[in-house]
Design a protein around this ligand. Structure first.
Ligand code: HEM
Length: 399
């Protein structure tokens, strides 16, 4: 087996907690900083994976088809019940599954969704109680509204969908133990049955167009829908809390969102996604030796592309740990890059802009009810999420 000269034998210093240890899960920042500066293509004997932490290495790896996503997903720490999908296939099969997905998540779907979603968002921000959890009261119903509009779900089905999406989201965590994995498999089965039955009945909207497309079998179509829900529902819900964490302590950024134009909102959302990407890493396996900036991953090497570390790389981002609302260019990797670039990236950006803008316009005095981030971040690494996000509105806000 070839090893990289740049990485052989390099170890994290004893006083820097491993990102998967309890202390490292609470705050992986020190490990990411050390690895990025000292060994950006690093063999980690604990996880037996090659950890990529610089922007250059991660960006190259995401665009590298010799790093197989299919094998990266198959060789997760545990087996799971995700049906075959574009994320678990490599080119050329990947494109066959991805192309019809445009019918669900492409520009036409986004245009169609904007007005009805605006109505949902207005109802959500109007109903926000004086004190609430930003994820439970805003993020989760917002994510459900986005999917309900995409899938043409009637209002009465939204609670059932949300419960299934929440249960199936445990499949996101590659480190979950066998008991959780079994729950995840069962939830995925139920979600798939729900989505298959619903897709047979829907008559208009993005899902109806996908359902009418003959390029996919029904099972493949359900695979796309299941992937969208497992890969998207919770990350979208948690992205709201993560964004508030950075936004609310910064009155200048809030004012910009409230009074600025659409371009300023777009740059700000891009920056919020850079700082706290809900998907902090993704996995691949090298099908041959692959040279990357900073080192070579040997054939059969399992690779962890640490998006969260790349997005704070000082070689690319000035003041990487600070919110810079107008940052541009901003080549953040929150949605990945290359072949598997998030199919819903534009939808996510557009809908987050809509929610955050209307929220701060409606609630001028929105603040955290307790110091932002206390009690901190979920120790499970995926999705990157706050354990709670208590916000309060001002009594003088127009109701
Ligand atoms: C803030 C929310 C989201 C983030 C941060 C995010 C991030 C990502 C990332 C990093 C990837 C690439 C994974 C890899 O390369 O292995 C990805 C792929 C994907 N995402 Fe998202 N995502 C989000 C929301 C969504 C939503 C809401 C949907 C669907 C409605 C979605 C659908 C997909 C699909 C279908 C893929 C696979 C693309 C492919 O393999 O070609 N995502 N996402």
């Amino acid at each position: 087996m070839t090893t990289s000269r740049a990485t052989a034998g390099v170890r994290l210093p004893a006083d820097v907690p491993h990102p998967f240890s309890p202390a490292g899960r609470a705050d992986p920042g020190p490990a990411y900083r050390w690895l990025r500066a000292n060994d950006p293509v690093h063999y980690d004997p604990y996880s037996r994976m090659w950890w990529l932490t610089s922007h250059a290495a991660c960006a190259a790896a995401l665009r590298e088809d010799r790093l197989s996503a299919a094998r990266g997903q198959r060789e997760r720490a545990r087996d799971d019940a995700l049906p075959p999908s574009m994320l678990t296939t490599d080119p050329p099969e990947h494109q066959r599954l991805r192309a019809p997905g445009q019918l669900l998540l492409g520009p036409a779907a986004i245009r169609e969704l904007q007005d009805p979603l605006g109505t949902d968002v207005d109802a959500l921000v109007d109903a926000l109680p004086r004190e609430a959890d930003g994820v439970d009261a805003l993020g989760a119903p917002f994510a459900t509204a986005v999917f309900a509009r995409l899938f043409g779900l009637p209002g009465a089905d939204r609670p059932a969908f949300e419960a299934l999406a929440r249960a199936a989201s445990v499949n996101l965590d590659p480190l979950a133990g066998p008991a959780v994995a079994a729950v995840g498999r069962a939830a995925m089965g139920e979600l798939s049955r729900f989505l298959t039955a619903h897709a047979r009945t829907v008559t208009e909207g993005p899902l109806a167009r996908l359902a009418a497309d003959t390029r996919l079998t029904e099972r493949e179509r359900t695979g796309i829908l299941g992937l969208a829900v497992v890969g998207g529902w919770q990350p979208l819900a948690e992205a709201v809390g993560n964004a508030l964490y950075w936004l609310l302590p910064r009155p200048d950024a809030v004012a910009l969102l409230r009074e600025g134009d659409a371009d300023q909102a777009r740059l700000l959302v891009q920056e919020l996604l850079r700082l706290e990407a809900p998907i902090p890493f993704t996995a691949r396996v090298a099908v041959e030796d692959v040279a990357l900036p900073g080192g070579t991953v040997p054939r059969d090497g399992r690779v962890l592309i640490v998006i969260a570390a790349a997005n704070r790389d000082p070689a690319v981002f000035e003041h990487p740990d600070d919110l810079m609302p107008g940052r541009g260019p901003n080549p953040q990797l929150a949605f990945g890059a290359g072949t598997h670039f998030c199919l819903a990236a534009q939808l996510v950006r557009t809908s987050l802009e809509l929610l955050l803008t209307r929220l701060v316009r409606r609630h001028r005095g929105l603040t955290f009810a307790q110091p932002p981030g206390a009690p901190g971040w979920d120790p499970r690494p995926i999705p990157r999420r706050l354990l709670s996000c208590p916000v309060q509105t001002r009594s003088t806000d127009v109701r």
